[in-house]
Write a protein that binds this ligand. Structure first.
Ligand SMILES: NC(=O)c1ccc[n+]([C@@H]2O[C@H](COP(=O)([O-])OP(=O)(O)OC[C@H]3O[C@@H](n4cnc5c(N)ncnc54)[C@H](O)[C@@H]3O)[C@@H](O)[C@H]2O)c1
Length: 258
């Protein structure tokens, strides 16, 4: 019960990694604000938990981010942690990127963290300190093909995290990033369905085999790291990027001859 009497916001909390984090925070006693654009999934999840509220939030919109933070303070009396996790995947070569794709990709994956942190930092300060975790990706460090905007948005997130962390460390506000490898979520399955509509299971399994642990990561395994980083056990952790990638970034694609 590390989060008894604590209040947490999870963006992108209706599905995937965010949903796993919402359930994990709730299981450890937190009141949770689920901030997402999927009203049906977010409201159903909130209804299934003891102290949870859904608030429609498009993180790319400043006013929505402010409303999410205000909801936490008005409903539960304050804010102790933000898991800024909402993100979307975009595929395409740089020459194919439209203005709409660019605005959407950077809007959700990067600007979303900017707006959520902008309103979370003063709320955490009013509480005497707290923690923020932003979801980046292994693609911030090395990228697959056809994801220039996605990868750039994830790399920009790392720098944003460091900058906010050093500005607010003296106030007891810690800011970190998590960098997942391939995680079994609707996003990953959607990607598999795009490239191999008749072969989703096998495609996910093949992506899993590329990770040294031999499988894709479970959303709950990302949530465990997020909860650690938001807990008092991580009081000395700030401004850092934490891989949870099944060894993917440790691996060179070199195969020795038999
Ligand atoms: N799944 C992976 O393999 C993987 C790997 C590395 C990083 N990530 C990152 O993890 C995060 C979560 O991904 P996921 O796999 O759980 O995705 P998902 O698509 O399964 O879930 C994402 C959630 O975010 C919500 N969302 C989308 N746009 C939003 C917006 N504008 N405002 C608020 N909410 C919005 C969706 O409704 C959904 O509930 C993303 O930032 C993603 O880039 C995922």
């Amino acid at each position: 019960m590390r989060f008894k009497d604590k209040v947490v916001i999870v963006t992108g909390g209706a599905k995937g990694i965010g949903e796993a984090a919402v359930r994990a925070f709730s299981a450890e006693g937190a009141a949770v604000v689920i901030a997402d654009v999927d009203d049906a999934a977010g409201e159903a999840l909130a209804r299934s938990l003891p102290r949870a509220t859904f608030v429609h939030t498009d993180v790319s919109r400043m006013a929505d981010a402010e409303r999410a933070v205000r909801t936490a303070e008005e409903t539960y009396g304050g804010l102790d942690a933000l898991f800024s996790n909402a993100g979307i995947q975009l595929y395409g070569l740089i020459e194919e990127v439209s203005e709409v794709d660019y605005e959407r990709g950077m809007g959700v994956n990067f600007k979303g963290h900017v707006w959520m942190c902008k309103y979370a930092v003063p709320a955490l300060r009013r509480r005497g300190g707290g923690a923020i975790v932003c979801t980046s990706s292994v693609q911030a460090l090395a990228t697959q093909t056809t994801v220039p905007i996605y990868a750039a948005s994830k790399a920009a997130t790392l720098t944003l995290v460091k900058a906010i962390a050093i500005d607010h460390a003296h106030e007891g506000i810690r800011v970190n990033a998590v960098l997942p490898g391939s995680v079994d979520t609707p996003m990953l399955r959607g990607a598999a369905a795009t490239f191999a509509p008749d072969d989703v299971e096998a495609t996910v399994a093949r992506w899993g085999k590329m990770h040294p642990i031999g499988r894709v990561i479970k959303p709950e395994e990302i949530a465990r790291l997020v909860l650690f980083l938001c807990s008092d056990d991580a009081k000395a952790c700030t401004g850092a990027a934490y891989l949870v990638d099944g060894g993917l970034m440790a691996k060179l694609p070199v195969v020795l001859p038999d």
